[in-house]
Design a protein around this ligand. Structure first.
Ligand code: UDP
Length: 320
């Protein structure tokens, strides 16, 4: 039975990865400091003997007893609002945290996969973005704490690979969505669905002409799983190339929720990328992977989750 350490286990992506590795018959050690993660996301795993949870901040020395075969480093704040509220932790988990986990991987002779991001491309001047593009990042802007920590993460991961011969994998994750996203993390999708469900107007930043390409979480998890099991150490983009403007996206969500909310326009945050779309040629070639879930299908599932979540919370609030 493989033993897998997943950091950020109580977060959106981390919790889905825990589910997947348990389904694959692994023993999963989940770790999270619960700054942005929630135990609600892994509550269903707690009774399982194949799962254990450590409440720990990976920016501090990480100790795990026994063997580890794989480490997946997914601990990090991951929305622009989080970066503004907890900039130092964001820098530390991507830099010090990654260093600690690389050290642990070396000590345990484990393979490590680190979660990088399309943010390493910054506000890209090349479109779509392939892995050979070096990016256009403002190191001292509001997103700099995340972007530069992730760029450092890639650098130190490659250094451990070349200098220590460690088995490393780097996934560059593009915008991903699905159940267990935080309703109030400030990201476009939970913001729009939450607003529509609560009868509020949808807040589009700027004129809404900026683009993103949204990947459903199950597709992402499959790509990550394949990358971990591959022998490829260079970065691989994993995301859905189906690009849409944020204004059109807001309109899709209004249609999906069947509400008659309007769109209101707010100022565009500083350094908000104007366009983003992954070139997934490498993932197709090396992992034989491409996304399978259409936006219509993925949004439907995500909407059902948020609807249920809000109803349950309303019930809880009325019981207090
Ligand atoms: N956005 C928006 N309204 C919101 C939240 C986000 O128009 O209430 C925009 C945001 O400015 C960006 C896009 O939606 O252009 C995607 O934002 P998100 O935070 O989801 O991801 P990121 O910018 O990190 O790709």
């Amino acid at each position: 039975m493989k033993r897998v350490l997943i950091t950020g286990a109580a977060g959106f992506l981390g919790s889905h990865l825990c589910d997947r590795f348990i389904k694959e018959g692994c023993h999963v050690i989940g770790m999270d400091n619960l700054i942005t993660g929630s135990l609600d996301n892994i509550e269903h795993l707690m009774p399982k003997k194949e799962f254990e949870f450590y409440h720990h901040d990976v920016s501090k020395f990480v100790h795990v007893a026994g063997d580890i075969d794989y480490i997946l480093h997914f601990a990090s704040p991951a929305s622009p609002i989080d970066y503004l509220q907890i900039p130092i932790q964001t820098l530390k988990v991507g830099s010090l945290g990654t260093h600690n986990l690389l050290g642990l991987a070396k000590a345990k002779k484990a393979r490590i996969l680190v979660a990088s991001t399309s943010e390493v491309y910054g506000d890209p001047l090349v479109h779509p973005q392939n892995e050979d593009y070096w990016g256009n990042v403002n190191p001292i802007g509001p997103r700099g704490v995340y972007d530069e920590a992730k760029r450092f993460q890639e650098a130190i991961t490659m250094a451990y690979h070349t200098f220590h011969g460690l088995e490393t994998r780097i996934v560059r994750i593009f915008n991903t969505y699905g159940p267990r996203m935080r309703l109030n993390d400030g990201r476009a999708l939970p913001a729009f669905i939450g607003q529509a469900l609560q009868g509020k107007d949808l807040t589009v930043f700027g004129d809404g002409s900026q683009t993103r390409s949204f990947c459903y979480v199950d597709d992402l998890v499959e790509g990550i799983y394949r990358l971990l099991l591959s022998d490829y150490a260079h970065p691989v983009n994993v995301g859905n190339p189906d690009e849409i403007s944020i204004k059109d996206f807001a309109e899709e969500i209004i249609k999906l929720t069947g509400t008659d909310q309007k769109i209101i326009y707010k100022p565009l945050p500083k350094d908000d990328p104007k366009q983003r779309k992954p070139d997934i040629t490498r993932a197709k070639e090396i992992l034989d992977w491409e996304p399978k879930v259409s936006r219509a299908e993925g949004l439907q599932k995500t909407y059902a989750y948020f609807k249920d979540y809000l109803e349950k919370n309303a019930q809880k609030a009325s019981q207090i």
